[in-house]
Design a protein around this ligand. Sequence first.
Ligand SMILES: Cc1cc2nc3c(=O)[nH]c(=O)nc-3n(C[C@H](O)[C@H](O)[C@H](O)COP(=O)(O)O)c2cc1C
Length: 186
Amino acid sequence: MTAVRVVGIGGSLRPDSQSERALRIALAGAEEAGAKIITITGADLVLPFYDPSLAERPAGALNLVEELRHADGVVLVSPGYHGTISGLVKNALDYLEDLRGDDRVYLDGRAVGCVAAANGWQAAVTTLSALRSIVHALRGWPTPLGAAINSAQVSFDEYGECSDPQVALSLRTIGRQVVEFALARG
Ligand SMILES: Cc1cc2nc3c(=O)[nH]c(=O)nc-3n(C[C@H](O)[C@H](O)[C@H](O)COP(=O)(O)O)c2cc1C
């Protein structure tokens, strides 16, 4: 049986991006559950503004779209910027429009783990909610468990370790739920 493919997208451009480290823990949870994981983060997300009128796409955009086309599950992690997801992550998600004509349109049939990290509860929660709204618009299934991380209270060190074991467990559980959904749908 081929392994479930889980694509993780998110993080910021900062070298010590907390949201990228959260993404990696969620993906580790998916991997522990048997998935092959693909991580698209940092500089990989630096793409031109999505332009629906262009037929040509840069290599990074083509890769992003192809990975999502073949994904069995997805994890999305964004920092909270002014109360919602960052432009970097949103622009990457705009490229999903290139899946509009697929038989399996957008994120149809896929579970999507959603995680937000912000410097306070308000933006962490509103950003998580924004991610889930986007997933619904893209016909994906947000996992039952999401995570709103308050970076003022929880940190991820240079080794990727989380200061709060409960938060780390939640992130791994989100990754596992993505895989469980993919396996349940067959
Ligand atoms: C442009 C910008 C806007 C931000 N807006 C908010 C905000 O509205 N509320 C908040 O709590 N934190 C805000 N932050 C803080 C980030 O959400 C927080 O530091 C987050 O952990 C950064 O993720 P990163 O470490 O992956 O870059 C903002 C940071 C930046 C750079």
